[in-house]
Design a binder for this molecule. Structure first.
Ligand code: MG
Length: 335
């Protein structure tokens, strides 16, 4: 029996989760929510994490009914992510590792998403679309690495959606993307937007500038409603993502596709992916907001896999890094 506690704080969610041999015992999370029209800055987000770290940690232990003595290893997010929030969370992980005299393990955030997705859905060897506010990648496993087949060459798809939500002054509660999704359901009139797929990669920054520049006028004149613009934006960016995912699946001969990351709980994205998967005779796997949005249990689960395959991180190497690519990690736990 191996019990792992995971600490996640690479963006605006602070999460602590406890996993015991494939069972999530607890997974509380606290989200830093900014006023409409505003994003979250590293310094303020780190302050949020520091303020809530002990409460969320206590909640994780209480809900799991676990005492520190029963924990075998501490896992924390090394990166990628925002520097200050990463560091403030890693300090908590390092501190409890030393207080409780437990080994510690540094986890790649993207791999946390993949391993949580595999655990929750039962997907065995899926092509993965990882979509969030900070990341956009199409990933497949090959020869002890999670290989990146395609990715954004500028901003993440979730960042594109979040920044358009700021233009419309939508609420950031529970997330800007959720509120765009609700408006998009009522959209009817499609505005053609730049569709930018370059080989296996996608680009969203030009598309975002295009709609940011035109939105005020289009809305003023009454040509398009906010609902229409949210609908048009979602349809366009999601179609781009489905296209590169399909190409990766064709290349790999993949029969499973898994969507992870915060944007992964978008029902429209899941529906579009389902159509593509069905046409290829493949199966779609997706999770809900508990597990696709950043959380502590996903770091615990990746830590569990790493620890059980013999890995730990020497304390002096328990640093953080804002850039940490998925394919830098040797996958020692899959055959
Ligand atoms: Mg994430």
């Amino acid at each position: 029996m191996v019990v792992v506690i995971g600490f996640e704080g690479s963006a605006n969610k602070l999460g602590v989760g406890i996993v015991k041999d494939g069972v999530v015992l607890s997974n509380p999370r606290h989200t830093y929510i900014t006023p409409p029209g505003q994003g979250f800055l590293p310094k303020d987000t780190a302050k949020h994490h520091r303020e809530h770290a002990l409460d969320v940690l206590q909640k994780a232990l209480d809900e799991a009914n676990i005492s520190p003595e029963q924990i075998d290893v501490i896992a924390y997010t090394k990166g990628p992510g925002m520097g200050a929030p990463l560091v403030s969370t890693a300090i908590v992980a390092r501190t409890v590792a030393q207080l409780w005299r437990k080994p510690i393990i540094a986890v790649n955030h993207c791999i946390g998403h993949i391993e949580m997705g595999r655990l929750v859905t039962g997907a065995v060897n899926p092509t993965v679309l990882y979509v969030s506010g900070g990341n956009t990648q199409v990933i497949a496993y090959s020869q002890r690495r999670y290989r990146i087949f395609g990715e954004t060459i500028d901003i993440a798809v979730g960042n594109c959606l979040d920044r358009f939500a700021r233009v419309l002054k939508l609420s950031n509660d529970p997330s800007p993307g959720y509120n765009i999704e609700q408006l998009a359901k009522k959209g009817k009139k499609f505005l053609e937007l730049p569709y930018v797929v370059k080989g296996m990669d996608v680009s969203f920054s030009g598309l975002l500038s295009f709609i940011e520049e035109r939105a005020p006028q289009l809305l003023d004149k009454g040509d398009y409603s906010p609902e229409d613009l949210c609908f048009s934006l979602q349809e366009t960016v999601f179609a781009m993502l489905i296209e590169i995912t399909e190409r990766a699946m064709a290349h790999c001969g993949s029969e499973e596709v898994l969507i992870v990351g915060g944007v992964g709980c978008n029902k429209r994205l899941q529906a579009m992916m389902e159509v593509m998967a069905k046409e290829r005779g493949a199966k779609l796997y997706a999770t809900d907001e508990r597990f696709c949005i950043d959380n502590g249990a996903m770091i615990a689960q990746a830590g569990w896999e790493m620890f059980c395959s013999g890995q730990t991180t020497p304390l002096k190497e328990t640093s953080c890094t804002q850039r940490f690519r998925t394919d830098e990690v040797e996958v020692t736990w899959r055959s």
